[in-house]
Design a protein around this ligand. Structure first.
Ligand SMILES: [Zn+2]
Length: 264
């Protein structure tokens, strides 16, 4: 384990090890980077990697966007940035060798993980989901399905799964009709009586509702299966619902596939 002498005088706690996905790096000084990581054990973490910008740095390659690495962190008290003392590369994100769609999909995952998580709030299951989604994108998985599956399961793991049975306003069981109304702010379907009160709604076919219900169950893992005629509507509803939850349109959302093609 590496220790950094210059940090000994401050209130550093013991070094901790975990695995991490690199979500973003920002140049901090001539020689250092600030790295945003999703760690498996500590959630999202922002840390300084001293010397990471030097040629022949020990971090070389391991802090590239979406790299998966074994890291050693020194957690700082209060508001100070953590210190990243070691990062050993496990897997590089290599979608750039394949297609731009796969690169954008990776950027989307990095952005979503930054938007949906808080510092030091661990979600090991979300971390594992992201690793699976990246493996799909970086391998031969269908990009559209990997992204939709990631979104729907990430929403479930963070407690945001849409309610598809009961009215999100009055709580009554909603009649299952060929078209149903999904309230974005309420996060689910609404009954006839409550429809007029909702500000932002989208219409969904029952087939899409049924698909979504199946895809957001806890025993679903990637890759998922979706009928091509359902994909477009599901993708649109999930994207708008995510905008409502995070309060903004994720920058990379516009690059998500709007249609499901099997030859991807
Ligand atoms: Zn109602």
């Amino acid at each position: 384990m590496v220790s950094n002498p210059s940090y000994n005088e401050s209130k550093a706690v013991a070094a901790e090890q975990t695995t991490a996905i690199v979500l973003r790096t920002i140049e901090f000084s001539e020689t250092s980077l600030i790295v945003t990581l999703l760690t498996r054990d500590f959630g999202r973490v922002s840390a300084i990697a001293k010397g990471a910008r030097r040629p022949k740095s020990t971090f070389e390659g391991s802090l590239d966007l979406l790299a998966v690495c074994r890291v050693v962190l020194i957690r700082k008290s209060t508001d100070a940035l953590d210190l990243l003392t070691e990062a050993k590369l496990h897997r590089r994100f290599r979608a750039a060798e394949r297609s731009l769609d796969r690169v954008y999909a990776g950027y989307y995952i990095a952005e979503m993980l930054r938007l949906l998580t808080d510092d030091h709030d661990p979600h090991p299951d979300l971390y594992d989901l992201a690793i699976n989604a990246l493996a799909q994108i970086d391998g031969d998985g269908n990009v559209a399905l990997a992204m939709l599956g990631f979104d729907i399961q990430a929403l479930r793991l963070l407690g945001h799964s849409p309610e598809l049975r009961r009215c999100t306003d009055c709580g009554d069981v909603v009649a299952r009709e060929s078209r149903m109304v999904f309230a974005l702010l309420g996060g689910g379907v609404v009954c006839h009586r409550c429809r007029a009160k909702q500000n932002q709604t989208v219409s969904m076919r029952l087939e899409s509702i049924d698909h979504l219900e199946r895809l957001q169950s806890a025993n679903v893992s990637l890759p998922i299966e979706v009928k091509p005629q359902v994909y477009g509507e599901l993708r649109a509803v999930i994207s708008r619902y995510i905008q409502t939850i995070v309060g903004t349109m994720p920058r990379m959302q516009r690059f998500l596939p709007t249609r499901l093609t099997t030859g991807d």
